[in-house]
Design a protein around this ligand. Structure first.
Ligand code: HEM
Length: 143
Protein backbone atom coordinates (compact mmCIF):
# COMPACT_ATOMS: atom_id res chain seq x y z
CA UNK A 1 0.00 0.00 0.00
CA UNK A 2 1.66 3.22 -1.09
CA UNK A 3 1.00 6.79 -0.06
CA UNK A 4 -1.08 8.92 -2.39
CA UNK A 5 -0.17 12.56 -3.04
CA UNK A 6 -3.08 13.44 -0.78
CA UNK A 7 -1.69 11.26 2.03
CA UNK A 8 1.72 12.89 1.69
CA UNK A 9 0.23 16.36 1.82
CA UNK A 10 -1.91 15.44 4.81
CA UNK A 11 1.09 14.08 6.73
CA UNK A 12 3.25 17.12 5.89
CA UNK A 13 0.52 19.54 6.98
CA UNK A 14 -0.10 17.67 10.22
CA UNK A 15 3.62 17.39 10.94
CA UNK A 16 4.10 21.14 10.41
CA UNK A 17 1.45 21.70 13.06
CA UNK A 18 2.66 19.18 15.64
CA UNK A 19 6.45 19.26 15.19
CA UNK A 20 6.99 22.05 17.77
CA UNK A 21 5.69 19.51 20.32
CA UNK A 22 7.75 16.62 18.88
CA UNK A 23 10.01 16.14 21.93
CA UNK A 24 7.05 15.88 24.27
CA UNK A 25 5.20 13.57 21.88
CA UNK A 26 8.25 11.29 21.66
CA UNK A 27 8.59 11.12 25.43
CA UNK A 28 4.90 10.28 25.83
CA UNK A 29 4.95 7.71 23.04
CA UNK A 30 7.91 5.86 24.56
CA UNK A 31 6.43 6.07 28.05
CA UNK A 32 3.17 4.57 26.80
CA UNK A 33 5.01 1.88 24.84
CA UNK A 34 6.94 0.77 27.94
CA UNK A 35 3.81 0.68 30.09
CA UNK A 36 1.31 -0.81 27.67
CA UNK A 37 3.74 -3.16 25.87
CA UNK A 38 6.24 -3.99 28.66
CA UNK A 39 8.04 -6.57 26.50
CA UNK A 40 9.61 -3.61 24.64
CA UNK A 41 11.51 -2.64 27.81
CA UNK A 42 13.90 -5.57 27.44
CA UNK A 43 15.85 -3.68 24.76
CA UNK A 44 16.45 -0.74 27.08
CA UNK A 45 17.53 -2.65 30.18
CA UNK A 46 20.84 -0.71 30.16
CA UNK A 47 19.07 2.61 30.86
CA UNK A 48 19.17 3.82 34.46
CA UNK A 49 15.48 4.74 34.52
CA UNK A 50 12.66 3.62 32.22
CA UNK A 51 9.87 5.27 34.17
CA UNK A 52 7.33 7.63 32.71
CA UNK A 53 9.02 10.85 31.60
CA UNK A 54 12.52 9.96 32.94
CA UNK A 55 15.56 11.78 31.49
CA UNK A 56 16.51 8.75 29.39
CA UNK A 57 12.98 8.48 28.00
CA UNK A 58 12.91 12.22 27.24
CA UNK A 59 16.29 12.13 25.51
CA UNK A 60 15.41 9.10 23.42
CA UNK A 61 11.92 10.37 22.58
CA UNK A 62 13.58 13.42 21.06
CA UNK A 63 15.90 11.28 18.90
CA UNK A 64 13.05 9.08 17.68
CA UNK A 65 10.87 12.03 16.75
CA UNK A 66 13.79 13.71 14.98
CA UNK A 67 13.97 10.69 12.73
CA UNK A 68 10.21 10.71 12.22
CA UNK A 69 10.63 14.35 11.11
CA UNK A 70 13.40 13.25 8.75
CA UNK A 71 11.06 10.56 7.41
CA UNK A 72 8.44 13.22 6.71
CA UNK A 73 11.11 15.20 4.83
CA UNK A 74 11.97 12.04 2.87
CA UNK A 75 8.36 10.99 2.36
CA UNK A 76 8.98 10.35 -1.36
CA UNK A 77 11.81 7.95 -0.51
CA UNK A 78 11.10 6.50 2.93
CA UNK A 79 13.14 3.36 2.33
CA UNK A 80 16.22 5.36 1.31
CA UNK A 81 15.73 7.88 4.11
CA UNK A 82 15.45 5.20 6.81
CA UNK A 83 17.96 2.69 5.42
CA UNK A 84 20.82 3.40 7.84
CA UNK A 85 18.45 3.38 10.84
CA UNK A 86 16.98 0.10 9.60
CA UNK A 87 20.47 -1.34 9.38
CA UNK A 88 21.32 -0.15 12.89
CA UNK A 89 18.18 -1.69 14.38
CA UNK A 90 18.64 -4.93 12.44
CA UNK A 91 22.32 -5.65 12.95
CA UNK A 92 23.58 -3.67 15.95
CA UNK A 93 20.50 -3.32 18.11
CA UNK A 94 18.80 -6.55 16.98
CA UNK A 95 15.28 -5.30 17.48
CA UNK A 96 12.47 -7.68 16.50
CA UNK A 97 10.79 -5.77 13.64
CA UNK A 98 7.27 -6.40 14.99
CA UNK A 99 8.15 -3.72 17.54
CA UNK A 100 8.21 -1.00 14.87
CA UNK A 101 4.44 -1.36 14.54
CA UNK A 102 4.08 -1.07 18.30
CA UNK A 103 6.08 2.15 18.55
CA UNK A 104 4.34 3.62 15.49
CA UNK A 105 0.99 2.84 17.07
CA UNK A 106 1.99 4.64 20.26
CA UNK A 107 3.15 7.71 18.34
CA UNK A 108 -0.22 7.76 16.54
CA UNK A 109 -2.05 7.52 19.86
CA UNK A 110 -0.19 10.45 21.40
CA UNK A 111 -0.78 12.60 18.32
CA UNK A 112 -4.51 11.81 18.51
CA UNK A 113 -4.50 12.51 22.22
CA UNK A 114 -2.61 15.80 22.09
CA UNK A 115 -4.09 17.16 18.85
CA UNK A 116 -7.67 15.86 18.76
CA UNK A 117 -8.94 18.72 16.60
CA UNK A 118 -6.38 17.95 13.89
CA UNK A 119 -6.92 14.21 14.03
CA UNK A 120 -9.75 14.02 11.51
CA UNK A 121 -10.75 10.72 9.94
CA UNK A 122 -8.78 11.71 6.83
CA UNK A 123 -5.71 12.67 8.85
CA UNK A 124 -5.96 9.40 10.78
CA UNK A 125 -6.03 7.39 7.58
CA UNK A 126 -3.04 9.17 6.01
CA UNK A 127 -1.03 8.99 9.22
CA UNK A 128 -1.85 5.31 9.69
CA UNK A 129 -0.61 4.63 6.15
CA UNK A 130 2.51 6.76 6.73
CA UNK A 131 3.47 4.89 9.91
CA UNK A 132 2.80 1.53 8.25
CA UNK A 133 5.32 2.56 5.57
CA UNK A 134 7.80 3.79 8.18
CA UNK A 135 7.55 0.44 10.01
CA UNK A 136 8.03 -1.40 6.72
CA UNK A 137 11.02 0.77 5.77
CA UNK A 138 12.56 0.20 9.23
CA UNK A 139 12.21 -3.56 8.62
CA UNK A 140 13.73 -3.43 5.15
CA UNK A 141 17.34 -4.29 6.00
CA UNK A 142 16.43 -7.41 7.93
CA UNK A 143 16.11 -9.40 4.73
C1 HEM B 1 9.59 4.21 14.22
C2 HEM B 1 10.54 3.41 14.62
C3 HEM B 1 11.86 3.81 15.22
C4 HEM B 1 12.67 4.89 14.97
C5 HEM B 1 12.43 6.00 13.95
C6 HEM B 1 13.82 4.75 15.83
C7 HEM B 1 14.86 5.66 15.90
C8 HEM B 1 15.98 5.50 16.67
C9 HEM B 1 17.09 6.43 16.72
C10 HEM B 1 17.19 7.73 15.93
C11 HEM B 1 18.00 5.91 17.56
C12 HEM B 1 19.36 6.54 17.93
C13 HEM B 1 20.39 6.02 16.98
C14 HEM B 1 21.76 6.57 17.24
O1 HEM B 1 22.05 6.93 18.39
O2 HEM B 1 22.54 6.65 16.27
C15 HEM B 1 17.49 4.65 18.06
C16 HEM B 1 18.14 3.85 18.98
C17 HEM B 1 17.57 2.76 19.58
N1 HEM B 1 16.37 2.18 19.27
FE1 HEM B 1 15.07 2.84 17.88
N2 HEM B 1 13.69 3.62 16.58
C18 HEM B 1 12.50 3.04 16.25
C19 HEM B 1 11.98 1.91 16.81
C20 HEM B 1 12.53 1.19 17.84
C21 HEM B 1 11.86 0.12 18.54
C22 HEM B 1 10.45 -0.36 18.24
C23 HEM B 1 12.73 -0.35 19.49
C24 HEM B 1 12.56 -1.45 20.50
C25 HEM B 1 11.39 -1.81 21.00
C26 HEM B 1 13.94 0.45 19.37
C27 HEM B 1 15.07 0.29 20.13
C28 HEM B 1 16.18 1.11 20.10
C29 HEM B 1 17.32 0.96 20.98
C30 HEM B 1 17.51 -0.11 22.06
C31 HEM B 1 18.20 2.00 20.66
C32 HEM B 1 19.54 2.31 21.35
C33 HEM B 1 19.19 3.10 22.59
C34 HEM B 1 20.36 3.63 23.35
O3 HEM B 1 21.13 4.44 22.79
O4 HEM B 1 20.51 3.28 24.50
N3 HEM B 1 13.79 1.37 18.36
N4 HEM B 1 16.26 4.42 17.52
Amino acid sequence: MSLSENDKQMVKTLWAKISPAADQLGCEALSRMFLVFPQTKTYFAHWPDLSLGSDSVKKHGKKVMNSVGEAVNNIDDLFGGLSSLSELHAFQLRIDPTNFKILSHNILVVIANRFPDDFSVEAHLSLEKFFARVALAMSDKYR
